[in-house]
Structure formats: structure tokens, C-alpha cells
Design a protein around this ligand. Structure first.
Ligand code: SAM
Length: 317
């Protein structure tokens, strides 16, 4: 695999031209030293410090500081030389560069323009990677399509403060995402892949199930990041399957799911009454018609139960 050259990515010997990426091709090319720094062993922390970069905690800036992990994420994503990749959150460009070594093209979106000087250096000479300094959550589908222009895979060490909106941005839009491979907090990962019956099962588990098939590919300890976050993480891969609910009223299925989890302690019937304005008797009939107990709670329903409910004439009127 192409990624082998990143193995010692973040430990830097003296006098590297491209200090983030001490690989066989790039190591110490040119024999000069960035920033005029003289030290026996520079690493990511030194580079960021030397470039005057200040971490913005509010933007979820916890960068990956392990070369093997970068390679593992690329492998987990299944990205090949045929793939165009969208990365969310370029950071210092380490994952961007690892992806570019394998993918056809990487388009990485970063909201923090203060990273520009760092990225000028870390991505220098990488022809198939480009950084777009935009808040990806504020971009329309049309804007993204104009930049990317073809089906793509999403790979990201997600900023934790916006994990769910970022994932839904790609799962629930018309954008042609093929898969999402994302680093998220461990507890979020558990929710993303949870099935009915699990305490982690929630509306986001169902949103993922409705759009594809998800699995945790690896657990990642908090020590793998700089600065170190307070919680452990995991990588989740979601392979998008747009046919899962084909022929169904997807908007209604989602509305019922939202209603069912709106007040978790309430019965499904009571939540339907509130969300759809049906009477209690109608709510009971809707639930019994699909073979469920009128006392059931939303958390006990599978995706196919929600689809069955969406076919009720009383809900789609
Ligand atoms: N990919 C890098 C890595 O793995 O080391 C950085 C990951 S860091 C967890 C998340 C990055 O996302 C930060 O650089 C942060 O500035 C950026 N970010 C946060 N919110 C964003 C947004 N709405 N749009 C684009 N980038 C964002």
C-alpha cells in the first residue's frame, strides 16, 4: 500500500524541507530546515508552535499525531487510486497527505484560515490535493458539486463539536457520497452503529441505517491526538446505499423516527399524538396495525417498523 512512507511521519530529523512527512521520497530533500529551526528532533508540535499557530478548541482541533494511524484510516476507508475524496477539516494536512498518496484527488475543506501557512508547507508539491478554506456546513450542495463534480468518498477526523450535522450533511443530501469514514468520539461511534435493543440506539443510528451500512473499524485512544482530547475515539465507516428506502416516503419515515425519539420515556402512541396531531385512538390503531403493542416505545422499533408505520393512511394524509 502507498501509505508505508508515512510510517515515521511525525518524528522529524534535523533539516527536513517538508518536515511533516519524513518519508522515503521527501525526507530531508534539499537539506534545508523550515523556519530556521535547529533541533535534533522536530515533531508536529514544534512545527505548529514555530508557525505561530494557536489551537482553537471551539473548532475541535485535535490533530492526529501518529503516522500508523493515518495509514490505517486510509486503509479503513477503502479509498483507491480511482477515488475522489472529500476531507472535512484539513488541520495540519497530515491525513490529507496520507489520502493523496492513495486517492486520485483530495479536496479538503478547512474553516480556519490560520492554518494556511502550515498547509502551504505540509501540502507543498502534492499535486492532487487542494484545500478549500470554507465552513463546509455553510456550503450548499450546488457549491460542493461545482467544486467536486463527481461521486466521492468522505474521509475525516471530524471536529467533535459538529459530528452529527457533518455526517447528516452527507448522508441525507442528494450529494453523491459513496462512503463516509470518520473519526468520532467513541460514544458517538457506538450510537452510529447501534441496533435496536442496544442502549446506544437512537435516531442517528436509524438515520445511518436508512442511508447505508455502518461499522466501527477501529478504536483510537485519546493519546493519538494533539492536543489530547478528554475522551477516546473510534473510526466508523458507513457505506452509502441509496436504495435502502427506495420507493418509500423517506421524509415521512424520518419524521416518524424524530417523533418516536423526541420524548424517549413516552410511548410511541403518545409521541405520534404530539407530532402528527392524531387522536389517541388513531395513534393506537396506527401502532396496532403494524403488529406493535400500544405501549411500545420508539427505541424498540427497527427501521422496518418505522417504514411500516409510514405506510399508515392516518400518518400520510
Ligand atoms: N484532519 C486533521 C487531522 O486529522 O489531524 C484535523 C482534524 S481536527 C479534529 C478537525 C478540523 O476541522 C480542524 O482543523 C478544524 O479547524 C476543522 N473544522 C472545524 N469545523 C469545520 C467546518 N465547519 N468546516 C470545515 N472545517 C472545520
Amino acid at each position: 500500500m502507498h501509505c508505508g512512507r508515512f510510517r515515521t511521519l511525525l518524528r522529524l530529523p534535523l533539516a527536513c524541507t517538508y518536515p511533516f512527512f519524513i518519508g522515503t521520497e521527501l525526507a530531508c530533500a534539499g537539506g534545508t530546515n523550515l523556519y530556521g529551526l535547529m533541533s535534533e528532533d522536530l515533531d508536529l508540535k514544534d512545527i505548529l508552535k514555530a508557525s505561530g499557530f494557536r489551537f482553537n478548541k471551539a473548532l475541535g482541533q485535535n490533530f492526529i499525531t501518529d503516522g500508523n494511524l493515518l495509514c490505517a484510516i486510509v486503509a479503513d476507508s477503502g479509498v483507491t487510486s480511482e477515488d475522489v475524496v472529500i476531507e472535512i477539516g484539513t488541520g495540519a494536512g497530515t491525513l490529507t497527505r496520507a489520502l493523496a498518496a492513495t486517492a486520485k484527488r483530495v479536496i479538503s475543506f478547512e474553516v480556519d484560515k490560520n492554518l494556511a501557512p502550515v498547509l502551504d508547507l505540509s501540502l507543498k508539491g502534492i499535486e492532487n490535493a487542494e484545500v478549500v478554506f470554507r465552513d463546509i456546513l455553510r456550503m450548499t450542495d450546488e457549491e460542493l458539486t461545482a467544486i467536486v463534480g463527481c461521486p466521492f468518498k468522505v474521509v475525516a477526523n471530524l471536529p467533535y463539536y459538529v459530528t452529527t450535522p457533518m455526517i447528516l450533511r452527507f448522508l441525507e443530501s442528494e450529494l453523491p457520497s459513496l462512503s463516509l469514514t470518520v473519526m468520532v468520539q467513541k460514544e458517538v461511534a457506538d450510537r452510529l452503529v447501534a441496533n435496536v435493543g442496544s442502549p446506544d440506539y437512537s435516531s442517528i443510528s436509524l438515520a445511518v441505517q436508512a442511508a447505508g451500512n455502518a461499522r466501527i473499524t477501529r478504536a483510537v485512544g485519546k493519546k493519538m491526538f494533539y492536543p489530547m482530547p478528554s475522551v477516546d475515539s473510534a473510526v466508523v465507516r458507513i457505506d452509502v446505499d441509496r436504495n435502502k428506502l427506495s420507493g418509500e416516503n423517506v421524509a415521512l419515515v424520518k419524521k416518524i423516527i424524530r417523533a418516536a425519539f423526541a420524548m424517549r420515556r413516552k410511548t410511541l402512541v403518545n409521541n405520534l399524538v404530539v407530532a402528527f396531531g392524531v387522536s389517541k385512538a388513531e395513534g393506537t390503531a396506527i401502532v396496532e396495525d403494524v403488529g406493535l403493542s400500544p405501549l411500545v416505545r420508539g427505541e424498540a422499533l427497527s427501521l422496518s417498523d418505522f417504514v411500516a408505520l409510514s405506510r399508515s393512511p392516518l400518518l400520510c394524509r
